[in-house]
Design a protein around this ligand. Sequence first.
Ligand code: C2E
Ligand code: CA
Ligand code: CA
Length: 312
Amino acid sequence: MSIIAPGSEVSRAWGQVLFIFLPVAAVFSILLMILTANWLQRRISWRDEIRRAINARQFRVHYQPVYNNQLQRCTGAEALMRWTLPNGDVIRPDIFISAAEAEGMIVPLTRHLIELIVEDVQAWQVEPGFHLAINVAAEHLQHAEFVSDMLAFAARVEHKQFTVTLELTERSLIKDGDEVALKLEQLRAAGMKVAIDDFGTGHCSLSYLQTFSLDYLKIDRGFINAIESLGGETPVLDAIINLSLKLRLKVLGEGVETALQLLYLQQRGVVFIQGYYYARPMDNATLITWLKEKGPRPIHAEKDDHSVQRPG
Ligand code: C2E
Ligand code: CA
Ligand code: CA
């Protein structure tokens, strides 16, 4: 069966359709163009902003001391990047680090971090073997010049006799596993240590702990936060601690904010402690004084002091 309509009727119907849909389509196209332009602009501006900030020396490094429960003193520090704009506004590291990762800027940014660290450490007076930890992004690990970048860094601070520790996230181990394992072995052979950061929050299969040659597990502060009492059970945290000890990996508890958390970890054999309870990240000048005054001293956690202590 077919329906025959006069030509004028057909063109009138088409006219109506076009009358309604064309403007709608035009509005949508314009909206889409605006959104795309906006997105491109933001992409370009993050990349440009980071590049500009590097040149204008807006980045600084803060260092957070790490406490060794066995030696009862500070035996290392983690370098954490800071970005302050000329107007005094601070951009949070998790924001600019993910932007740098997304914009292909993390390698130049990490190279810049290394430059800043090399300048800072000239004034440090620490014993040989002091751990200097830097955070390494997954994208940098995949980079062809990763090993040479790290070796060059180690060479530039060689006179300080640091133990350079590379903090990687579980995500870094997933892609190109064999190649990454090889790179890490090369760097460990050169005397560096490898730590898995934020352990327990990523998608790492436990078998990775055997596949890769690692030295430290940094237990994410989410698990430390779960500690409620000394006698209480935190099954996941306890399992991570036991597993690490069995695998002969050294364990570091991150984000330790209270005496209770410190005691809990000490009682379970966790050797390394990092968090506001011991020391906050601080600028280079503050760190140098801190290392002299507080670095060699033990911390004593009072059993009945379960409050959040924030020493300055
Ligand atoms: P992260 O590597 O896990 O660093 C530890 C973060 O926890 C730091 O935050 C530190 O200031 C904070 N923190 C330390 N102790 C405590 C505590 O007791 N309580 C609480 N609530 N927080 C504590 P920050 O400096 O804001 O850095 C955030 C993240 O940004 C870092 O997490 C790291 O993933 C990344 N990041 C920072 N600097 C760099 C860098 O130079 N390179 C790379 N690739 N990533 C960096
Ligand atoms: Ca870290
Ligand atoms: Ca961490």
